[in-house]
Design a binder for this molecule. Structure first.
Ligand SMILES: Nc1ncnc2c1ncn2[C@@H]1O[C@H](COP(=O)(O)OP(=O)(O)OP(=O)(O)O)[C@@H](O)[C@H]1O
Ligand SMILES: [Mg+2]
Length: 288
C-alpha cells in the first residue's frame, strides 16, 4: 500500500489541489484510522475542496449537509412518509433516509458544513453514529453503519463563531485539522486554475495581493478568501484590466469591518487599492 505521502500527492494531482500536503496527509490518516475529522478555518480556505478530494480518493461517497439553525433531527436522519404511514403503518420501505442514514448505509463520508450552526438536538443525533456506528430510529430500528462511514465537519474559526459552539461530547469524537491561509504563490496558482476569463499573470498577482492585504488590515475583522481573488481577476479581465472597479465590485460583500458601517467599506477598499498601487505601480494602463 502506498504511504500517506504518496497518496496525498496523487490525491492532490487528481483533484487539482494546490499545496496542502500536510493537511491532506492528516485528513487521510484520520479517515483511514476510522476517525472523524473537524476542519476549522475561515470561509473559502478550502475545507470543502479538501474533504471532497480525500473522500473520493479513498473511494468513498460524499454526502453533504449544510448546517443551519432550523435544521431538524428528522431531516438529518430521515423520516417516514406521512400519507404512507396513515394508509399502511410504519413499514420500512416507507422510510425516506436522510443524509446521515444514507451515508451510514453506503459507508460514505458525511460532510457537515458549519456543524456548529446546527441545533444541539441535531448535533446529538451524531454522537452514537460517530462512535458506535449505530443509530436508533423509532419504528425502524437500528441502523448499522457500513465500513467507511465517517463524519467530516467544518466550523469557522472560534473567534468568528458568535453563537453555537460544539459540545464537549461532540468535540471528544473529532480530530482537529486547522486550515490557515496559503502562501501567495499557492493562492496565485489557485486563482489561475479557477479563473474562467483568462486573466493575465499580472492581474492574478495583483488580485491575490489585494485580497491578502484585507487579512492584515487592522480595520478589517474578517478578510477575503481566494474566492474573492478569483472574482477580482475574472472581473478585471472582462473589464479590460480595470482592477480597481473589479475590487469595488468583489470586495464589499467579502470583508467585514470591526465597526459595522456600510459607507466605510468602500473607503477601506479604496485605501487598499491606493496602497497596492503605491507598492507596485501598474505596468499597463487599463484600456476602456
Ligand atoms: N488548495 C487548493 N487547491 C485548489 N483549489 C482550492 C484550494 N483551496 C481552495 N480552493 C478553491 O477555492 C474555492 C474555495 O474553496 P472551498 O469551497 O473548498 O472553501 P471552504 O473553506 O469550503 O469555504 P466555505 O467556508 O465558504 O464553505 C473553491 O473553488 C476551491 O476549489
Ligand atoms: Mg465549503
Amino acid at each position: 500500500m502506498q504511504n500517506l505521502k504518496d497518496r496525498a500527492d496523487s490525491l492532490a494531482r487528481a483533484h487539482r489541489i494546490v499545496g496542502r500536503q500536510p493537511e491532506l496527509r492528516s485528513i487521510l490518516a484520520c479517515l483511514q484510522a476510522g476517525r472523524n475529522v473537524l476542519l476549522e478555518g475561515p470561509v473559502g480556505v478550502g475545507k470543502t475542496a479538501l474533504a471532497r478530494a480525500v473522500s473520493e480518493g479513498l473511494g468513498r461517497g460524499f454526502v453533504r449537509v449544510d448546517g443551519d439553525g432550523r435544521y431538524s433531527e428528522a431531516r438529518l436522519a430521515g423520516h417516514f412518509d406521512p400519507p404512507g404511514v396513515l394508509a399502511r403503518g410504519y413499514l420500512p420501505e416507507l422510510f425516506i433516509p436522510g443524509p446521515l442514514v444514507q451515508a451510514m448505509r453506503e459507508g460514505s463520508v458525511l460532510f457537515v458544513n458549519e456543524l456548529n450552526r446546527m441545533p444541539e438536538g441535531v448535533q446529538n443525533v451524531l454522537l452514537p453514529a460517530m462512535d458506535e456506528g449505530l443509530l436508533h430510529i423509532p419504528h425502524l430500528g437500528a441502523v448499522q453503519a457500513s465500513p467507511g462511514f465517517a463524519v467530516v465537519a467544518t466550523q469557522n474559526p472560534r473567534e468568528f463563531v458568535a453563537t453555537g459552539h460544539l459540545s464537549e461530547a461532540l468535540l471528544d469524537r473529532f480530530e482537529l485539522v486547522v486550515l490557515g491561509w496559503q502562501q501567495a504563490e499557492e493562492e496565485a496558482a489557485i486563482v489561475h486554475q479557477e479563473a474562467t476569463q483568462g486573466p493575465s499573470a499580472e492581474l492574478v498577482a495583483r488580485a491575490v495581493d489585494l485580497v491578502r492585504a484585507t487579512r492584515s488590515d487592522p480595520r478589517i475583522r474578517r478578510g477575503a478568501s481566494v474566492r474573492a481573488a478569483v472574482a477580482i481577476a475574472d472581473l478585471a479581465a472582462v473589464m479590460g484590466g480595470d482592477l480597481d472597479q473589479a475590487a469595488r465590485l468583489a470586495l464589499p460583500t467579502r470583508i467585514e469591518l470591526h465597526e459595522r458601517d456600510e459607507n466605510r467599506v468602500d473607503s477601506v477598499v479604496a485605501d487598499l487599492l491606493a496602497q497596492a498601487e503605491k507598492k507596485s505601480p501598474r505596468t499597463a494602463t487599463p484600456s476602456s
